[in-house]
Design a protein around this ligand. Structure first.
Ligand code: FES
Length: 70
């Protein structure tokens, strides 16, 4: 599913990028800006930011079910 109509970024790309970032550093902070940069894109209108943020959060919750760092 395409999350960002400006850059054609798909939800699977967001999830893959989040997964890669967490493998690299388990407690890293992942923002939409970081995600766009990591995928070689640049946010344009920002309309997708909330949806990208929600997808990032869902993937983090899925991969870190133990919750936030103590
Ligand atoms: S819809 Fe993602 S930057 Fe415009």
């Amino acid at each position: 599913m395409i999350l960002c109509s400006c850059t054609k970024m798909k939800s699977c790309e967001v999830r893959d990028t989040v997964r890669a970032a967490l493998v690299e550093e388990r407690w890293t902070v992942i923002t939409p800006g970081r995600l766009f940069h990591a995928t070689g894109r640049q946010m344009n209108c920002g309309f997708c930011a909330a949806l990208v943020n929600k997808t990032i959060a869902e993937e983090i919750d899925r991969l870190r079910p133990e919750g936030p760092k103590p």
